[in-house]
Each structure stands twice: as structure tokens, then as C-alpha cells.
Design a protein around this ligand. Structure first.
Ligand code: CP
Length: 334
């Protein structure tokens, strides 16, 4: 049995295989129903449009049935810590929740964002780890505190589809947002881009560094793939020659638990850290990507997101095809 928790657990060849499978689904060449007669649980602690809709449709198109649960809403509030005395507001433990679901369902997807309260704790991805610990069916990460691998697989599919196979010059740039956001998307995008052998530039203001250990992993994976990783604080020069511009905002590790301090820290970056036409003009006819949802005229101007360079809707569509490839791979083993 195998999980899909982070692309780091999958080799480049395996990821290429998932992309090939996703393209077969997208082109209508694969209409198989590997989930016929089976159910997949989709557990959402947090809101979603793309992930929820594309997983539900994907499970249906593969012949299966999606069981959607929202802890604290349509199912009981959940505790994930081991050894805890449950005399607070949590009704059920992940230990029972997951093992019961696994008696009904062939796989479990879970979305559990960072609470942005305790960096040391959340960087360990504790809720996702608890699901994986107790499940004896495959677990799919639908965005956790630190990783969003379904998104990054769809992103890699989009890069390949728009620009062809092989090494590309990819810029991942921080952008100003009115409040701090989790780091799962930038973590996973940078990791997957490195694994796939793209030359990656990461641009962010000082103080918005990615996790040190993850950055080490990104550098190692890039080295293995014969690619390069560069970090810059220069938001103009970063765009020079890029073939892909991937915009995302994230919060500073320094201000976990203190959002007002992060908001004050980022205020000076509002004017310059936005993807606009002038910056896109410095690129090598780059495509513009964002995982969505996006705040227009904060992260990216209307002019850019509404331009032919913008591939954000195709990128969102690719979530469906990528996840069908993941489900098929995991569930044909289990
Ligand atoms: N990109 C993404 O995961 O979108 P949702 O949050 O709407 O699922």
C-alpha cells in the first residue's frame, strides 16, 4: 500500500508516469473504471472549490463513490494528538475516525491547513501524519500544513502541456496578500519543479524564507535532476528570461501565531510584489500560473490574469486529470 502525501516520496520516473497517465485521461484515451464498486472518503477540515469538486468528479469518472466529510460540520470534531485527555471541545479521535472510514472506503483524502499558530509543531504536518499512521488504506494529501502535492502534480502537468517536455526556467514569486497564508503550495511547487529538473528561481522579500530543511531537500532534488535553484530578493530581476511565472503569497515563519506582526512586516512590499505587465515583459514569453483562489490586483493585475499568458483555468482543470492518475495508481495497488 502506498500514500500520496508529498511528491518527495515519489521518484522522478514515477512522477513522469503519473503525468503520462494524467494526459491519457485528459485526451480521453483512458476511460477505465478502477474504482467501480468502491468508495473514497474526502475529509475537508477547510474550505475548497477546486480540490473538492475535482476529487468528487474524478472519483465518479473512475466509477467510484465519493464520501465527503467535514469534521466539526457534517462529522464530529476531531482530535489528532496521541495520549491526550479529551475533555475539551473535540469529540472523536483520528484513531477511530480513520480506522472506521477504512472499513467503508478504499482510500482517504484529507485537507488540513496550517493553523499558522505554532511553526515548530505545524512544520511536522501532525494531522496528516496522524491520518497516515492510522490508515490501512491509501491516504491522499489534499493540502496539509506543509504540502499540496495534488496541486504541484497538476502544475507540472500544466508546464509540460504548455511548454513541452524538458528543462524550463521557472520563477516562483512571493506576492503581497492582505494576510499571511500557509506555505503548502509554494513548498510543493518548488519541490516538484526541482524533482522534474526545472531551473528554479524563488523570489521573496527578506524574512519570507521557506523551511530550511525543505529548501535543503529542494536543492538536493534539483542537483539529482541536473537542475539549479536560486533564491533572490530582487522582484524585478527575478523575472528576466523566465518561461513560467508562478505567483503565490505565504506567511513568514517568524510571525506564526502573530498575524498582525506579519501584516505590518509585509506592508512595504504591497506596491512592488505584484505580478504586472511590466514584470511579465522581462520574461521569455512566460505563462502565468497560480493555484487559485487568487486576489486580483493584489497578487496579479487584471491585465496579466486576463491575458493570453494566463493559464490558471487550464491549471485548475489539470487537477482533475492529475488526481485521476493518482487515484488509479494508488487504488490499483490496494
Ligand atoms: N488550488 C486549490 O487547492 O484550490 P481549492 O482551495 O479551491 O481547493
Amino acid at each position: 500500500m502506498r500514500n500520496f502525501l508529498t511528491t518527495a516520496d515519489w521518484t522522478r520516473d514515477e512522477l513522469e508516469g503519473l503525468l503520462d497517465a494524467a494526459l491519457r485521461f485528459k485526451r480521453g484515451e483512458d476511460t477505465s473504471k478502477p474504482l467501480a464498486g468502491r468508495s473514497i472518503a474526502l475529509v475537508f477540515f477547510n474550505p475548497s472549490l477546486r480540490t473538492r469538486a475535482s476529487m468528487q468528479v474524478g472519483v465518479y469518472e473512475l466509477g467510484g463513490n465519493a464520501v465527503i466529510l467535514e469534521p466539526g460540520g457534517t462529522s464530529w470534531t476531531l482530535e489528532h494528538r496521541d495520549g491526550i485527555v479529551m475533555d475539551g471541545d473535540k469529540t472523536e479521535h483520528v484513531a477511530e475516525f480513520v480506522r472506521v472510514l477504512a472499513r467503508y472506503c478504499s482510500g482517504i483524502g484529507v485537507r488540513t491547513f496550517a493553523a499558522l499558530k505554532d511553526w515548530t509543531e505545524e512544520r511536522r504536518d501532525p494531522v496528516l501524519a496522524a491520518f497516515a499512521k492510522y490508515s490501512d488504506v491509501p491516504v491522499i494529501n489534499l493540502e496539509s500544513a506543509m504540502q499540496h502535492p495534488c496541486q504541484s502534480l497538476a502544475d507540472m502537468l500544466t508546464v509540460r502541456e504548455k511548454l513541452g517536455e524538458g528543462r524550463k526556467r521557472v520563477l516562483m514569486t512571493w506576492a503581497w496578500h492582505p494576510k499571511p497564508l500557509p506555505m503548502a503550495v509554494p513548498n510543493s511547487f518548488a519541490l516538484a519543479a526541482a524533482q522534474m529538473g526545472h531551473d528554479l528561481t524563488i523570489a521573496h522579500p527578506p524574512g519570507y524564507e521557506l523551511d530550511d530543511a525543505l529548501l535543503g531537500e529542494i536543492n538536493n532534488r534539483a542537483f539529482d535532476a541536473g537542475a539549479t535553484v536560486r533564491v533572490t530578493h530582487d522582484v524585478e530581476e527575478a523575472f528576466d528570461g523566465a518561461q513560467v511565472v508562478y505567483a503565490k503569497s505565504w506567511g513568514s515563519k517568524m510571525f506564526y501565531g502573530a498575524p498582525e506582526d506579519d501584516i505590518e512586516e509585509r506592508a512595504p512590499y504591497r506596491k512592488d510584489w505584484i505580478v504586472d505587465a511590466a514584470k511579465m515583459a522581462r520574461t521569455n514569453n512566460a505563462v502565468f500560473m497560480h493555484c487559485l483562489p487568487v486576489r486580483r490586483n493584489c497578487i496579479v493585475t487584471d491585465e496579466v490574469i486576463d491575458s493570453p499568458a494566463s493559464v490558471v483555468v487550464d491549471e485548475a482543470e489539470n487537477r482533475l486529470h492529475a488526481q485521476k492518475a493518482i487515484l488509479t495508481n494508488l487504488l490499483s495497488r490496494a
